[in-house]
Design a protein around this ligand. Structure first.
Ligand code: C2E
Ligand code: CA
Ligand code: CA
Length: 606
């Protein structure tokens, strides 16, 4: 019995707190009602008094100085507890109220009507107080109760404002989050599923708004919400959580059934003629996030459902169920992209490893390729093969390449000062070639570092050059004219059409390491690589074999006339500091003969 009273009080307090009205500023819309109550009773004191755990807090008050009084022995608390009107004709006649806070401050009369929510919770009272004993007429009481109902309407209106989407009239995201909290309380440990319907991709939405304007969106919402409700066959429970997104929560249905239902929702949306114009059509993607009530925070659940919808959109499956693995992959990607800007300015987080390039005729190290390394503070060492493709899709590609160029130039200058004449090559992203000033900046950086241009080579893939129109070729011409080296990376994996090569002023082709794998074992492979090498030589290229892991491949490349090799067999990518000792440990003389000859026109160098 005692327990259930505590429970009832807890639910009442939750209802009060959910309305977010406690400790909010006074407002004329409430004060107006309070004044009217005082006037009807012809009394100087009146208040809208809410019953919190241990205080009566006044949302509105006249004739009272305090914002709150203790709840103990406050008549408003009695109104809340019994959810009925209370009239105390004379405090002096009541043992309980005579010595109460109000009684001691001279109050003799009290009338309070309960503030009851639609769900039946009494939050407090609209009350009038007097310093003389008196009675209340039935008319006065009924007016006070009417005014209390007006206070409640005002409270609920204010609460609904900001919880209902003005366009669709549907409850919004905040309401969904609150309702999920309530569900977790009422049905703890039961299975639940939140479904998110995303009508159109963010990019399409932006384009649509630009072309058709915002009123068009209103029509889209009106039609789509009608369609979803019709398919679901329910009039309530649909939330409008973002401009073109809906959600609903389901309990007691199994996942398969729910999934089938989402496919119907999607089919319904796609079949709706109001949602397909000549210039656009919606592309609904639906995500389901199953979870156990009370075991996951509503915000996380919503994020999971969003993530599932996004995956469904990306994979073009229309609808999908939340997958932890996919989500973790997204979060990892997000963590990588999100951290890069900081990594660029934090010393030590990014660094360059150098992998030697060996001249196959002399066996000398003639250069090294700079390979980016990242020690992510949370994820540890991350491979460029993972983060570069992500970074390349963002504007960060410019800054990352800028960082690499700066670091390579500094390293080149240091090694030159130590008498090590190595050609350093660095990797350039496809998107760098779309930067208007790319060539200009690169050339200027090399010049201002005081380096001979031939000490630097850039590596690009075939697709980077071909897919970006004319600009890359213009850049490459300028870079070549300035005397820097240009190498085509991963040769053989992309277009491999020799006809386009004549437009590219590259001097070096790096045969992709996938060709080295079968070089020893498959005779056709050596025929192919041999043909690539001799054809490239005919066209005037210097050829590098990448990914050389075995002596056999090294020897085969030598026999096939390949110029240079790079691979784990000779050396793994090394920190700059280890490069010099590696060079020293090699028995061969460190100065490259052949490459140096190429550089001999830069006499001031060295
Ligand atoms: P890539 O340009 O083709 O670089 C060669 C990759 O092959 C490097 O991987 C290198 O460590 C690896 N490798 C070298 N020798 C061997 C071998 O014998 N066997 C095998 N299995 N692998 C070998 P890494 O450093 O993980 O880089 C991967 C890719 O990331 C690079 O491929 C390049 O496309 C990109 N990347 C690396 N650094 C940069 C950079 O600074 N800027 C840009 N834009 N991309 C970069
Ligand atoms: Ca490369
Ligand atoms: Ca490569």
């Amino acid at each position: 019995m005692f327990d259930s009273r505590i429970q009832v009080e807890q639910v009442r307090l939750d209802a009060l707190r959910n309305l977010n009205i406690l400790d909010t500023p006074p407002s004329e819309s409430f004060d107006r009602i309070t004044r009217t109550a005082g006037r009807i009773f012809d009394l100087p004191i009146a208040a809208v008094s809410l019953t919190d755990a241990d205080r009566q807090w006044f949302k509105s008050r006249i004739g009272v100085d305090h914002w709150q009084i203790p709840r103990e022995n406050a008549p408003c608390s009695e109104v809340s507890e019994f959810a009925g009107t209370v009239v105390i004709k004379d405090f002096q006649d009541s043992a309980c109220y005579r010595d109460s806070h109000l009684g001691r401050s001279g109050i003799r009369f009290y009338a309070g009507a309960p503030l009851v929510t639609r769900d039946g919770h009494a939050l407090g009272a609209l009350c009038v107080l007097g310093t003389e004993p008196r009675d209340a007429t039935p008319e006065e009481i009924s007016a006070l109760e009417d005014l209390a109902a007006m206070v409640m309407a005002q409270i609920e209106l204010q609460h609904a404002f900001g919880r209902i989407d003005p366009v669709s009239g549907l409850p919004n995201r905040n309401q969904l989050l609150d309702d999920l909290e309530d569900l977790a309380r009422d049905k703890a440990d039961k299975a639940c599923c939140v479904t998110v319907i995303d009508l159109i991709s963010a990019v399409d939405l932006a384009n649509l708004l630009r072309v058709a304007g915002p009123s068009f969106l209103d029509d889209l919402i009106a039609s789509s919400s009608r369609s979803v409700r019709q398919t679901l066959g329910r009039t309530s429970g649909l939330y409008h959580i973002a401009a073109t997104q809906y959600a609903y929560a389901s309990t007691g249905q199994d996942l398969e059934e729910l999934f089938a239902e989402t496919l119907q929702v999607r089919a319904g949306l796609l079949a709706d003629s109001r949602l397909a114009g000549e210039t656009f059509s919606i592309t609904p993607a639906i995500g389901l996030a199953p979870f156990v009530l009370g075991k996951a925070a509503p915000r996380d659940v919503l994020r999971m459902a969003h993530s599932a919808a996004q995956d469904a959109r990306d994979a073009d499956t229309g609808a999908g169920i939340y997958s932890l693995a996919l989500d973790e992959a997204h979060r990892r990607r997000f963590a990588l992209i999100g951290r890069m800007r900081e990594a660029l300015v934090r010393p030590g987080e990014l660094w360059l490893a150098y992998q030697p390039r060996i001249d196959l005729r002399s066996g000398h190290c003639v250069g090294a390729e700079a390979l980016l390394r990242w020690n992510h503070p949370v994820l540890g060492a991350v491979s460029p093969g993972e983060f570069m493709p992500l970074i390349e899709q963002t504007r960060l590609a410019r800054d990352v390449t800028e960082w690499v160029i700066r670091s390579v130039l500094m390293q080149a200058a240091e090694w030159i000062s130590l008498g090590r004449n190595l050609v350093l090559s660095l990797n350039i992203s496809a998107s760098n070639l779309a930067e208007e000033d790319f060539a200009e900046r690169l050339i200027a950086a090399v010049t201002s570092a005081g380096l001979p241009p031939s000490a630097i080579e850039i590596e690009l893939t075939e697709s980077a050059i071909i897919e970006k129109g004319e600009l890359p070729i213009e850049h490459l011409k300028r870079i070549n004219d300035a005397g820097l080296g240009i190498a085509i990376d991963d040769f053989g994996t992309g277009y491999s059409s020799l006809s386009y090569l004549e437009h590219i002023p590259a001097k070096v082709l790096k045969i992709d390491r996938s060709f080295m794998k079968t070089l020893g074992s498959d005779p056709r492979s050596s025929t192919l690589v041999g043909a690539m090498i001799s054809l490239s030589h005919d066209l005037g290229y210097r050829v590098v074999g990448e990914g050389v892991e075995t002596e056999e491949v090294y020897r085969l490349l030598q026999q096939l006339g390949c110029d240079e090799a790079q691979g784990f067999l000779m050396c793994r990518p090394l920190p700059a500091a280890d490069m010099i000792s590696w060079l020293e440990e090699r028995s061969l003389p460190p100065l490259p003969l052949r490459r140096l000859a190429d550089l001999s026109n830069d006499l001031h160098w060295n």
